[in-house]
Design a protein around this ligand. Structure first.
Ligand code: SF4
Ligand code: SF4
Length: 63
């Protein structure tokens, strides 16, 4: 699992500076988190002014 950035992102770039593993990159409309390198350290989460960084949990649950 990793963290991800929602469409609430306003491209401020604060999280990008804070990530110790350089997992945050500037995308076309929002910033994006590379799920392969994000360590779930949560350093970026409290810094986001729009609360756009969320923890990714299982999206599909089998019955
Ligand atoms: S949770 Fe940590 S490793 Fe993952 S994107 Fe945020 S600052 Fe980077
Ligand atoms: S801190 Fe939040 S609003 Fe700013 S670039 Fe990161 S995800 Fe987007």
């Amino acid at each position: 699992m990793s963290h991800y950035i929602t469409k609430e992102c306003i491209d401020c770039g604060v999280c990008l500076e804070a990530c110790p593993t350089d997992s945050i990159i500037k995308g076309e409309k929002t910033h994006i988190i590379d799920a392969d390198t994000c360590t779930d350290c949560t350093a970026c989460v409290p810094l986001c002014p729009t609360d756009a960084i969320k923890k990714l949990t299982a999206l599909v649950t089998k019955p």
